[in-house]
Design a protein around this ligand. Structure first.
Ligand SMILES: N[C@@H](CCC[C@H](N)C(=O)O)C(=O)O
Length: 282
């Protein structure tokens, strides 16, 4: 089974074309393909282009735990680059339908940079979702094993919990990230960012992703955290997000309509041997 592999600041994805894999991408198959020892290994699978009635292309996004995500910022940049590499798009803008909404992509610098209009970031609890009365989820507190966190929540199409921090660390991301990801206040679980505002144009985040765990970078996390910093009045509308894997630029217009710009790196193309799937019924 042919696949392509790319990474975006160390957030790596496998691109599977439907013609290369005509079966149903079950949770078991996704977990196997993403497994770092028994499979190819990745932070997720991009399955597309699939048919779309409203857009140039459709895309499905799967996390390594087998769950399907509504949107992926790094994933969309990688998907756009894969289309460019295979001559399906040029450097003109094109639309992609995801379960979390429609985005517009533009490949730049011969594919090494991609911009994505990610849609509107929203903070209302019913859209994210967050349990409790309908409200904007801003500067709320949560007690996680006795440690009190102040957080905001947002949706970029997928859910995000942005924890305000003076010292974001991978230690906190690994320890508290899974607890927050699965906290009952988030009915669909959530992605988690520990965010420090550096100045009006820069933030730093550490990331724990829903269904993927600790990642070196995340486009939708960058978008959500930057939107929270802007919403709180701590940043302007042009923000650089600094992560362990590198940095992404986020620009807001007309309120919280976000454009994300960042790099994509091609890793390889390969073929998954049928032996890998023995015993899976595939
Ligand atoms: N790494 C992605 C996010 C992938 C989806 C996320 N884990 C979720 O379940 O919402 C990104 O770059 O946005």
């Amino acid at each position: 089974m042919k696949y392509l592999k790319y990474h975006a600041l160390g957030n790596d994805y496998i691109v599977l074309r439907p013609e290369a894999f005509e079966g149903e991408l079950s949770g078991d198959i996704v977990r196997l393909i993403c497994h770092r020892n028994y499979g190819v290994g990745s932070d997720g699978i991009l399955y597309g282009p699939v048919n779309s009635l409203s857009c140039d292309f459709g895309l499905r996004i799967f996390n390594p735990d087998g769950s399907e995500a509504e949107k992926s910022g790094n994933g969309l940049r990688i998907f756009a680059r894969s289309l460019y590499d295979e001559g399906l798009v040029g450097e003109q803008s094109f639309s992609v339908e995801t379960p979390g909404g429609v985005v517009s992509c533009k490949v730049e610098d011969r594919g090494k940079v991609v911009s994505v209009k990610m849609g509107e970031v929203r903070f209302d609890s019913t859209s994210i979702p967050v349990a409790g009365p309908p409200r904007e989820v801003l500067n709320e507190t949560m007690d996680i094993n006795g440690r009190i966190f102040t957080f905001c929540a947002a949706t970029v199409g997928n859910p995000h919990c942005v924890v305000l921090s003076d010292d974001p660390s991978s230690v906190d991301a690994h320890h508290y990230g899974p607890l927050i990801e699965n906290d009952p206040r988030f009915p669909n679980r959530t992605n988690v960012q520990f965010m420090k505002v550096l100045d009006r144009g820069n933030i730093q985040i550490e990331i724990w992703e829903r269904g993927a765990g600790y990642t070196l970078a995340s486009g939708s996390s960058s978008t959500a955290a930057a939107a929270v910093a802007c919403k709180l009045g701590r940043c302007g509308s042009d923000i650089t997000v600094h992560m362990p894997g590198g940095k992404i630029g986020i620009q807001f217009s007309k309120g919280f309509f976000a454009t994300m710009t960042g790099p994509v790196t091609r890793v390889c193309e390969g073929n998954m041997d049928q032996e890998m799937f023995e015993g899976t019924g595939l």
